[in-house]
Design a protein around this ligand. Structure first.
Ligand SMILES: [Zn+2]
Length: 326
């Protein structure tokens, strides 16, 4: 790896084409995962808008042959008069060839509700998803922690993990996270008001912030383990992603990534590194690993304050820890 970096440095100095070839040789790989299905803002969207958003998002992903696992909060399906249409929107994920996982019924935080209530929420979140998967001869096999909250103490964390394994789950960690949900709320509001200038500004920032997060995460990974593992990207089901995920995928391609399944990503031995992370705040697995080594992560790109301010002003969920999502 070191030799490759030296070669890259020399090539960049000598010839831009050679540099591009080196980027190709890095063979970066990433699995895309999308949380909060059927939609992050499901409370504020009518079923028809959720269907439109889902069609648009899935068409791009299918056309570009991106394997995706979507993580479901089944509570969002149960809106009076809209249940059938909301379930149909969820079923589209499977009809388009994607996979579904469990993200708890009501998006509850293990760090907030306690182990027993949280376990009940995991179980309650299995019904519709398992039924739909069964119709496609698939099994429910992945779980993603809401807010990435994996427990405030090691005993709770391990008990929760054991519970998940006993129910047949593989935990789906994440290593790349550009807080797209924070952009998504402000974007949706701008779109509703027809403010195209703000939409453009948001998309520009969303793309450049993600690029910065990718660069930082790649570097951090090399510092921790000496190589870049197969990464796992966290995104959220939103109008922003429906409209612009294609551009985000291009950002990844420019960095030399190709798109792999979650199963493939999890085959990387990085995902069995020692991980004793506990904390009030959920975070990605690169942080888990570096903190488990006793080193605090430093130099992460700062999320644009103006987006946080706009989100706050709209009283949208904010913060890394436990945003008050529906
Ligand atoms: Zn979530």
């Amino acid at each position: 790896m070191k030799l490759l970096l030296v070669l890259a440095a020399i090539s960049v100095a000598l010839c831009p084409i050679a540099a591009a070839q080196i980027v190709e040789k890095l063979d970066r790989q990433v699995a895309v995962t999308i949380d909060d299905l059927p939609a992050g803002m499901s409370d504020r969207l009518p079923a028809s808008a959720i269907t439109d958003m889902t069609s648009k998002l899935l068409a791009t992903l299918r056309d570009q042959k991106i394997p995706v696992v979507g993580f479901v909060n089944e509570k969002k399906l149960f809106k009076l008069g809209e249940v059938d249409e909301r379930i149909k929107a969820l079923k589209m994920w499977l009809d388009y060839g994607f996979e579904l996982g469990n993200h708890t019924y009501s998006h509850s935080s293990l760090n907030q509700v306690g182990l027993k209530a949280w376990e009940d929420d995991v179980i309650q979140g299995e019904n519709v998803t398992r039924l739909l998967l069964g119709q496609h001869n698939m099994k429910l096999r992945y779980f993603r922690h809401p807010y990435l909250d994996t427990g405030r103490d090691l005993s709770t964390r391990r008990q929760a993990e054991e519970f998940l394994v006993d129910r047949g789950y593989r935990i789906a960690p994440i290593t790349l996270d550009g807080w797209d949900w924070m952009y998504a709320g402000v974007y949706e509001d701008a779109k509703k008001r027809g403010d195209t200038a703000l939409q453009q500004e948001l998309v520009k920032s969303y793309l450049s912030y993600h690029d910065a997060v990718f660069a930082y995460s790649e570097k951090l990974a090399v510092q921790i383990m000496g190589y870049e593992p197969k990464q796992i990207l966290l995104l959220h089901a939103s109008q922003l992603e429906a409209d612009h995920i294609g551009e985000l995928l291009d950002v990844l391609r420019k960095r030399g990534y190709r798109f792999i399944t979650l199963a493939d990503a999890l085959s990387d031995s990085a995902y069995s590194l020692p991980d004793t992370y506990v904390g009030e705040e959920g975070t990605g697995w690169l942080d888990h690993w570096v903190i488990s080594l006793g080193k605090p992560p430093r130099g992460a790109p700062v999320f644009p304050q103006w987006v946080i301010d706009r989100s706050k002003a709209m009283q949208l969920p904010t913060g890394t820890v436990t945003p008050n999502m529906p």
